[in-house]
Design a protein around this ligand. Structure first.
Ligand code: AMP
Length: 321
């Protein structure tokens, strides 16, 4: 395990990334991958710690994946601060060996039906009418037409209101896995459905990668850390605390014997509605299958997606009674 901290190597080219990884693995070193969209916070950093505990070397990818945003979603306003991210990574006690920062991993020229021109926003490429095509586009391979779909798991919860989301996630994560060839990949339980989609993809497509689910990191007041929190106005942030508050109440009610999921859902919905949140969904589902359950007689997770102002927040609470 590496013990001294030096600046991470920044790699933008996928062939170079693969070469690095293969060279390290040929020396018998294990590689951990932490995929992120940047604007790093303590939640991301906890995943790096997890990777560091399990592998010799850690790669953090920073890539805002256009494939998981629909045209109406917030790709253009997604926060980014690559320089700040690097400073955070450098100051960590755990060494990050490589920051993989590709310009673009998927060419949307031939895939997105809504617009007709690729543009660069931050490090990501998306469609749009008014912006110019950057030279970064040249780094892509035109004409991708392959998508990874995890057919059942991608449909519920976030998949209902974001129909292209998990297709975009699974495809880009599969590409990252093929490029970095890690032994271990760490994802946050904060994005619970995403974690299960990736674990299922790894199982179904025989990736030789161990996927670890890491616990949710929260602010001291309970709000789950998210890059999107920066867009919350102070009063919205205060109201958004209803999410974690109600989830902790529901967990406590379940531990005291309330096994009726309808009651637990209603408790959460009432609290969030009372705070003015616009609920996308509140569901109590089996932790593995993500199928809705009526009674808690196996490990469940209560998953929530809510809008406060323009910000869509997700959170969840595992209940193992
Ligand atoms: P993102 O940059 O939002 O795509 O997130 C990258 C990774 O960090 C994903 O695996 C997320 O689940 C994880 N993550 C984001 N927020 C948190 C959090 N508050 N606690 C733990 N993991 C998180």
């Amino acid at each position: 395990m590496a013990t001294t901290n030096t600046d991470p190597e920044i790699i933008t080219d996928k062939n170079e990334m693969r070469k690095w990884s293969r060279a390290m693995r040929s020396q018998g070193k294990t590689v951990g991958l932490v995929p992120t969209m940047g604007y790093l916070h303590e939640g991301h950093l906890s995943l790096i710690k997890e990777s560091h505990n399990r592998t010799n070397l850690t790669v953090v990818s920073i890539y805002v994946n256009p494939g998981q945003f629909s045209p109406s979603e917030d790709l253009s306003t997604y926060p980014s601060d690559f320089h700040g991210d690097l400073l955070k990574l450098k100051s960590l006690p755990q060494r990050v060996d490589v920051v993989f920062h590709p310009y673009n991993l998927y060419d949307y020229n031939n895939n997105n039906n809504n617009n007709n021109k690729s543009v660069v926003i931050g490090n990501a490429i998306r469609k749009g009418e008014n912006e110019t095509v950057s030279s970064c586009v040249e780094e892509t391979e035109a004409g991708h037409e392959t998508w990874v779909r995890v057919e059942r798991l991608e449909k519920g919860m976030c998949g209902k209101s974001r129909p292209v989301f998990f297709r975009g996630v699974a495809t880009v994560v599969a590409k990252l896995f093929n490029i970095v060839e890690p032994d271990v990949a760490v994802f946050g339980k904060k994005d619970y459905q995403q974690l299960r989609v990736i674990q299922r993809m790894v199982r179904d497509l025989d990736f030789s990668i161990e996927v670890i689910g890491s616990e949710i990191m929260r602010d001291s007041d309970g709000l789950a850390l998210s890059s999107r929190n920066v867009h919350l106005k102070p009063e919205e942030r205060e109201k958004a605390l209803s999410i974690s508050r109600s989830l902790f109440w529901a967990k406590s009610a379940a531990q005291k014997g309330q096994i009726n999921c309808k009651e637990l859902r209603e408790l959460v919905i009432k609290e969030i509605n009372g705070a003015g949140g616009r609920i996308d969904y509140v569901e109590v589902v089996n932790q593995e299958s993500l199928e809705a359950v009526d009674k808690i007689n196996s490990p469940v997770v209560i998953c929530v997606a809510v809008r406060f102002g323009t910000v869509r927040l997700i959170d969840n609470m595992e209940i193992n009674v």
